[in-house]
Ligand binder design. Structure first.
Ligand code: DP6
Length: 360
């Protein structure tokens, strides 16, 4: 599919008003996206587990304008309060997507959102937030053109979400999603995420992810700035090639149930992501001392208990602890007894692999 396939054709103009509500989850990358080019295209393919409990619920209310104009008219309510500070982000998103959903100029919108996780938890809300708005817009597009197929509906939702935030395109479907063209991943594209279609070994089903909230503050360097620093980065070319290669490796690992290789690859990806940050110009570090202490604790625990626990990191200080469901009880005990002590206010969130967007 090409970008032109995503230009909406409205066949009806009698949709005066309505409301649609969607829930979409966050996701955690196993092979990371870090580096992009215009318009929001990844420099390398990535793969993520879709999460379940960390999600955003978004309602989109729409009323057709009395008189046509070219402005985007919307109001944002976040967790019950009007948020003019979110306005520029959505304005920019609408500017990026308007050629694919021109009908957004025809309506007055109220976008009302809430997250299942605390706002200032350091958990990226852009993936779940942008994918939720995209699902709502697709629901409106479907009303304007009821002939669109289900496949198109989800692909375009992912396509739109990508234009809001790259990783958001992996939050529309579950359980594993690949974004970025790769010769071994059928149907893969730089334009949208596709569900990983190979058979996944049972050990990777219902995989568990506990998010340890190490630092709930605002990050010093945003992902967008971090991506930008990959332009001219001395290791960028090798990194993109390595990630491409790691997708091939991850595919085999997931198919074969090769858990030790999984652990090694996931941790290496997390540390490589942060190594890219540390070797950017200007350089920066998003991990905190407690992030490193947790990593050490996880390694000790794995060694002593013959466990398959491992960690991964986003662009922040929080640690995602990944483990198979067979270890749920023991690992969660270890988290409560040992790792919680490293978290801000002892705060962590148990999550697991989920299935993507749901209409509410
Ligand atoms: C480290 O998707 O947040 O989480 O496209 O600029 O919105 P933008 O960036 P974003 O980057 C996420 C990067 C990452 C790795 C990943 O999720 O693959």
């Amino acid at each position: 599919m090409t970008t032109n396939d995503f230009i909406a054709i409205a066949s009806r103009n009698d949709v005066k008003s309505g409301k649609t509500t969607w829930q979409t989850p966050s996701n955690i990358a196993l092979v990371k996206y870090w580096g992009k080019r215009d318009p929001q295209l990844p420099e390398n393919p990535s793969i993520s587990f879709t999460l379940n409990n960390c999600h955003t619920n978004t309602s989109l209310s729409f009323v057709k304008k009395e008189e046509q104009d070219d402005a985007f008219c919307f109001k944002i309510i976040f967790e019950g309060e009007e948020k003019p500070s979110f306005q520029p982000k959505i304005q920019k998103f609408f500017e990026r997507i308007v050629s694919y959903v021109p009908f957004i100029k025809d309506y007055n919108f109220v976008i009302s959102s809430e997250n299942s996780f605390p706002h200032s938890s350091g958990i990226a809300s852009s993936a779940s937030g942008m994918s939720a708005i995209s699902m709502c817009l697709m629901q409106l597009e479907k009303q304007l053109n009821p002939t669109i197929s289900e496949e198109y509906f989800y692909k375009k939702a992912s396509f739109l979400a990508r234009l809001g935030s790259g990783s958001a395109c992996r939050s529309v479907k579950g359980e594993l999603v690949v974004w970025g063209e790769h010769s071994e991943i059928e149907g893969s594209s730089d334009l949208f995420g596709v569900p990983f279609s190979s058979t996944v070994a049972p050990i990777f089903k219902n995989y568990q992810d506990t998010v340890l909230l190490v630092d709930k503050g605002e990050k010093q360097v945003s992902s967008t700035v971090g991506h930008d620093l990959m332009h001219g980065h001395p290791f960028a070319k090798n990194r993109f090639a390595q990630a491409y290669d790691n997708i091939s490796k991850m595919k085999t690992i997931l198919e074969k149930g090769a858990i030790s290789e999984f652990v090694a690859l996931v941790e290496s990806e997390a540390l490589t992501l942060h190594a890219m940050m540390m070797t950017s110009q200007p350089y920066f570090i998003l991990m905190k001392p407690k992030t490193l202490e947790i990593i050490q604790e996880i390694w000790n625990y794995r060694e002593e208990n013959n466990s398959n626990i491992c960690f991964t990191l986003d662009a922040g200080a929080n640690v995602h602890v990944l483990y198979p469901i067979s270890e749920k009880e023991t690992v969660q005990e270890f988290i409560a007894n040992e790792l919680a002590g490293f978290c801000q206010n002892g705060h962590y969130i148990h999550d697991e692999v989920g299935f993507g967007a749901k209409e509410l």
